[in-house]
Design a protein around this ligand. Sequence first.
Ligand code: KG4
Ligand code: ZN
Length: 348
Amino acid sequence: MIVLGIETSCDETGVAIYDSEQGLLADCLYSQIEIHAKYGGVIPELASRDHILKTLPLIHEVVAKAGIQLSDIGGIAYTAGPGLIGALLVGASIGRSLGMALDVPTLGVHHMEGHLLAPMLEAEPPQFPFVALLVSGGHTQLVEVEGIGRYQLLGESLDDAAGEAFDKVGKMLGLPYPGGPNVAKLAQQGTPEKFKFPRPMTNRPGLDFSFSGLKTFVRNTIAEYRDENDELDEQIRADIARGFEEAVVATLTIKCRRALQQTGLRTLIIAGGVSANIELRKGLEAMVAKDLEKRDSKGKLFYAQAKYCTDNGAMIAYAGCQRLMAGQKDDLEIRAQPRWSLESLPAI
Ligand code: KG4
Ligand code: ZN
């Protein structure tokens, strides 16, 4: 089955063509970063308007790139939530209308399921069951995954998501939006362990997260080191970025280790924008090797290539294809849900 995937939940218009026989045929992405950068964050109305302009031309582009005709498409998957309601409605309306015009089934896909399944696009995909750490701009969740739609939430952030904390710290450090990759870049110049920021909620049991205290700690540290002209020394700035990144990586690593121990599982996958972070990958890789060595068993860490960690159409096309092939499809109502629990999804 050839599936067109459409992602418009936030500030990226992503479209892709996934073929159940041949894999990913093509994907195209348009990022709105420039539009939102001058405001320091995503402006929902501007996001929706731009998705309206970009989605159809991108669909034509991806169809041409895949070397297929519109009539070859056997199903359409679009992100139906969670996300910005106006932005979601653009993808949902275009997906549903095109589905009706082509007379093919359509399906609203859960954005975080898309992220969770993105490592399946790699040449060596993980096997179920596994523990998934979902770390994006809107979510930080640990999920026990037995199969598609068989998700049990083990823990989540009680306040800011990991990516959100990266973005806010980026802003505090005067870095352009989005903060995550820029904080990571600046952190490379920082002195390791110069600042030891708190590892929130790691000294008590449980798998929930909280990043808002860490963010405040960083804000106070920045204030403390500002000189009389309100300037921050360049090296101190990099050291703070490094200390923050170290704290996030250590916190996520401790919780992932706990989740693997609690579930007895050996495979860990990471997905979502923050899973593109190199230090996080390194930290988790080392933990998985060491922890499983103790358990005398083989384990492994999986993640998608960087362009499929952040928002993209390929993950939506893949997730949609699995569900459409299982016979799932939309009913008559057009639904877009800004909030949507991963656990409420049906299994296939
Ligand atoms: O998954 P995603 O593209 O969108 C959401 O679903 O939210 O994630 C975006 C988030 C942003 O907060 C961004 O700053 C963060 O992922 N991010 C990173 C890195 N690349 C993207 N955070 C840390 N290090 C990175 N290399
Ligand atoms: Zn996302």
